[in-house]
Ligand binder design. Structure first.
Ligand code: ADP
Length: 661
């Protein structure tokens, strides 16, 4: 018996004993090896005239024996001679798992440091599954593994066999033609794991379709089917049909991936079917995007914009990502490095022959090829969405209803870094046009003297549309974007301004339009004269306003005469970065009991409103109680108008009742 090299033994221990549950990938690994072996022979035939093979004969066969509990993966590829069996299957030259370990722990190149297999197993359980663990994965399900191989051009066959514990044997064997059989004898079933299901037609078929559907060679399996027997010639009316089983060799995989085919040769129906089966959706996708890149980096991508958000989209367990294939073999089904968070709704596949199968999660993050692919895909998704927005607004509004929040959240959570990609994809409700518009459309429709984009945030479009701070701006001819989603205001803050897409100034420069909250900023809509007048009036009433502020017990920063209100008696605005809506949202965050920034509230009084005269009279008459009560009512009322909660509803209603009697 030959002993395994230390590092091989450690990996074997790790694989066999780990609690890692995704054992089914062993089949994928064995089939990939078989496909590589067939590839190698095929390529050799291209450059070596003495190698005579017919490509059509190249195939992979999967067989099983339920009783003997074996699964066999065979190929008629290049095969291995005795030395190769020893060298290739006796050692693990460079397992990615161990390299990863080395990088992480700063250990030497073998990465083994002083850790035991259990240490590694407990810490890195999920790593195993992310790697192409190769041939050794057979030991996750197999008690023994036997490899019978005959190298192309040799007339000898050799058998390698091991229980995956200490070592292996190599003995002379027989095989009728070149190629390799890997025979896995499955472990006994345990309470948690029924290994026996791998040796069934159903189990194997579904694994082949799941992981190896697009391997370029046929994966054949003898399948048992049932058919109706021919009725006998003398069958009468009461004849009951009988069934019989028969077997047939079937190609289980579909071989040519749909994403490798030219877009013009695939029908919409085929794309839709593929999308629905592969991504488990019941509805057709909204948009299908296919991309074939050639050059330094060759890959095919097929992506879909779903027509509705998956039910778990907003749960924290939701995982973004596209399926990643290398030459038709699935490496991982959700590679998140391929799509940015703000396009996390995209589904699809990327297939690149330039990536190796043994790519690890750790290497993925640093893989410049993958980053290049991701950048290109992001641009492509962006331009497709922009086209949809321009060409089919109804569909885009539907899309935005489902995923707009993701785009806005992306803008906010990237601190505005994704603005170039996302800002022109956003839609907001225009109070003036009464429909969803882009920021470009807002600007295109703005009066000639407009210089800013105005928005108001609250909990309902209807309520916002009637808020005094909004109607005032509308009355001056400017539009206001009404934002009723929590993320809106944060998104607007992250953007700060917006530069229209193709609006060059006469001198060729482009002008950025500041984005302003109508409730919290100097909108620049009042003339100097109006401002001065309001300041003087505020000064004249300083005594009353001081009393009102005091009555409100520090809830407002100051009370002033307003320059903006038209019909409400007072309006609450804010100074600084935190608006009323935002302060309210922040308060609702978990763990926000302490230390959330408060809004700096200003109570603006409408000097034209009769209520102001009543206040003035009460103050002049020295009726401090009335001033206090009225100030309280006005404050609460203004909050209610904005859809915000009031601190003491009981007190509010008592004050209103008192007014009635
Ligand atoms: P990897 O495939 O990542 O190199 P594996 O552990 O899966 O690692 O396999 C080790 C080596 O064994 C392969 O590189 C290949 O040379 C050889 N090998 C495995 N399976 C076969 C096969 N079916 N036919 C020929 N060679 C094989």
């Amino acid at each position: 018996m030959r002993k395994f090299k230390t590092e091989s033994k450690k990996l074997l221990d790790l694989m066999i004993n780990s609690i890692y549950t995704n054992r089914e990938i062993f089949l994928r690994e064995l089939i990939s090896n078989a496909s590589d072996a067939v590839d190698k022979l095929y390529f050799r035939s291209l450059v070596d005239d003495s190698v005579k093979i017919n490509r059509a004969d190249l195939a992979i066969t999967v067989a099983y024996d339920e009783e003997a509990r074996t699964v066999t993966v065979s190929d008629n590829g290049i095969g291995m001679d005795k030395d190769e069996l020893d060298k290739n299957l006796g050692t693990i030259a460079h397992s990615d798992s161990f390299e990863f370990k080395a990088q992480r722990s700063g250990a030497d190149e073998t990465g083994l440091a002083d850790e035991t297999a259990e240490d590694i197993a407990s810490a890195d359980v999920d790593i195993i599954g992310q790697f192409g663990v190769g041939f050794y994965s057979a030991f996750m399900v197999g008690g023994t593994v036997r490899v019978v191989s005959r190298a192309y051009g040799s007339d000898e066959a050799w058998a390698w066999e091991s229980d995956g514990i200490d070592g292996y044997t190599i003995t002379q064997s027989e095989r009728s033609e070149h190629g390799t059989d890997v025979i896995v004898t499955l472990k006994a079933d345990t309470e948690d794991e029924s290994f026996g299901t791998y040796a069934t037609q159903q189990g194997l078929t579904s694994l082949i379709k799941k992981y190896s559907n697009y391997v370029r060679y046929p994966i054949q399996m003898e399948v048992t089917k049932s058919r109706m027997k021919e009725p006998p010639a003398d069958a009468g009316d009461d004849y009951k049909p009988e069934f019989e089983n028969y077997t047939e060799v079937e190609t289980i995989n579909s071989m040519i991936p749909i994403w490798k085919r030219k877009k013009s040769e695939v029908t919409d129906e085929e794309y839709n079917e593929f999308y629905k089966t592969d991504f488990h959706d019941f509805e057709d996708p909204l948009r299908t995007i296919s991309l074939h890149a050639e050059g330094t980096l060759t890959y095919d991508a097929l992506m879909f914009v779903p027509s509705h958000a998956p039910f778990d989209m907003w749960s924290k367990d939701y995982k973004r990502g596209l399926a990643l294939y290398s030459s038709g073999v699935l490496i991982m089904d959700k590679c998140e490095e391929l799509v940015p968070d703000h396009f996390n709704f995209m589904r699809g596949v990327v297939d690149s022959a330039d990536l190796t199968l043994n790519i690890s999660r750790e290497t993925l993050q640093h893989n410049s090829q993958l980053r290049a692919i991701a950048r290109r895909l992001e641009k492509k998704i962006k331009s497709e969405l922009a086209n949809l927005c321009a060409d089919d607004r109804e569909a885009y509004v539907g899309f935005f209803k489902e995923f707009g929040r993701t785009l806005k959240y992306g803008l906010y959570s990237s601190y505005g870094m994704a603005k170039d990609t996302l800002a022109d994809l956003l839609l907001f409700y225009s109070a003036k046009q009464k429909k969803m518009v882009t920021l470009d459309e807002y600007i295109a429709d703005a009066p000639a003297d407009a210089e800013a984009i105005y928005f108001a945030a609250g909990d309902s479009i209807d309520r916002l549309a009637n808020m005094p701070i909004v109607t005032t701006v509308l009355a001056k001819g400017y539009d206001v974007l009404l934002c009723d989603e929590n993320v809106d205001e944060f998104c607007m803050m992250a953007m700060q301004d917006y530069t229209p897409k193709d609006a060059a100034e006469p001198d060729g420069s482009t002008k950025a339009w500041p984005i302003k909250n109508v409730g919290s900023e100097d909108l620049g809509l009042t003339t100097e004269e109006e401002k001065k007048k309001a300041e003087e009036a505020t000064e004249e009433n300083a005594d009353l306003f001081g009393a009102m502020q005091e009555a409100l017990g520090g809830k407002v920063q100051k009370v002033v005469i307003s320059t903006r209100v038209t019909d409400a008696p007072v309006v609450l605005t804010t100074e600084g970065a935190v608006s009323l809506q935002m302060a309210n949202l922040l308060k609702e965050q978990p763990g926000a009991d302490e230390g959330v920034p408060e809004a700096q509230i200003v109570m603006e009084v409408n000097a034209e409103h009769p209520v102001f005269q009543v206040l003035k009279a009460a103050h002049a008459a020295g009726d401090a109680q009335k001033v206090k009560d009225y100030a309280g009512i006005l404050f609460d009322q203004a909050l209610l108008v904005e859809g915000l909660p009031i601190e003491n509803p009981l007190e509010f209603s008592q004050r209103i009742s008192a007014l009635m009697i």
